[in-house]
Design a protein around this ligand. Structure first.
Ligand code: ATR
Length: 273
């Protein structure tokens, strides 16, 4: 019998992660001898714990909050994107005999897949809300397409720093209180801050053509997406980005392109049975 390859997602908390279901969906579809677990890492030695998982024989890991920086530190080598974004969401062992991690970031390519499904038009005015880890991956994706963006964040200095580090071309920076002014006449708004968990939401100015992509999904995004739609925005949630980053990680591990649309349909069902 072929021995199963081991994969997993590390985070804290991680029990609600959809990653195990997404990857197992593809393993079943493609009849791959692999298993994928959610691994809650809570200790203050997360970086060492992640290295230990390579020594324990794991073939690949996804990394979710708050461990994307410890994963960056745990990797023995890094892709250019992971280095520039400063965070790792995918770990692999390019040499199966060598039990060390190579760090990559597929959040930015997952975002581009979701963006391309959402709109075929190149926006003239793009607004990026947030300057945390998730925003950095989106900023890297926008820079890869040579987009110019207006940045909005509670802490303006963090946006400026992010743009400098990622080399994203910007045409303005605003505080979150000035969101309405920043978003006037926007063609595309990308929100990376999650206010939904604390019952908050964003409120956007009216539009007759604008597209709004929130990288959260489920309840965390509901209020903001509803409010955006009522003001005329065409909306998309973060589920396609989640599937996109998972598919790109899957490709790094197996060299096979999995069925993204099938997994996305399944994930929508899991969230709204
Ligand atoms: P993530 O990896 O999800 O992006 P993060 O790196 O902690 O998480 O970044 C959180 C983002 O949400 C930041 O843009 C943060 O704004 P600051 O840069 O000013 O800290 C934003 N954020 C978090 N809580 C917020 C709140 N209550 N109001 C407004 N912005 C908030």
């Amino acid at each position: 019998m072929t021995q199963k390859q081991l994969f997993g997602v590390v985070g804290n908390p991680v029990t609600h992660s959809l990653s195990p279901r997404i990857h197992q969906f593809w393993y079943e579809e493609l009849e791959l001898p692999a298993s994928y677990q959610a691994l809650d890492l809570v200790s203050d030695t997360v970086c060492e714990d992640i290295r230990a998982l390579a020594r324990a024989g794991y073939s690949g890991l996804n990394v979710t909050l708050p461990h994307k920086i410890p994963a960056f530190e745990a990797a023995s080598s890094l892709s250019d994107a992971a280095e520039r974004i400063g965070a790792v969401n995918t770990l692999s062992r390019p040499d199966p005999d060598h039990r060390v991690w190579s760090g990559d970031n597929t959040d930015w390519t997952g975002f581009l897949w979701s963006l391309d499904r959402f709109t075929k038009h190149r926006p003239e005015k793009t607004v990026l809300i947030g300057a945390g880890g998730a925003a950095r991956a989106v900023a890297y994706a926008l820079a890869s397409r040579s987009f110019t963006a207006v940045l909005v964040n509670r802490t303006v200095e963090k946006s400026i720093q992010m743009a400098e580090q990622i080399a994203l071309d910007i045409s303005g920076v605003h505080a979150l209180e000035d969101l309405n002014a920043a978003c006037t006449n926007a063609d595309l708004i990308i929100n990376t801050i999650s206010l939904g968990h604390s019952g908050g939401s964003l409120s956007l100015p009216p539009t007759d053509h604008g597209m709004f992509l929130d990288i959260s999904y489920g309840q965390a995004a509901d209020l903001t997406l509803q409010s955006a739609r009522s003001n005329g925005w065409q909306t998309e949630d973060g589920l396609p980005m989640l599937i996109g980053q998972a598919a790109d990680a899957f490709e790094i591990w197996f060299g096979i392109e999995p069925d993204r649309e099938a997994a996305l349909r399944a994930a929508r069902e899991w969230l709204n049975p």
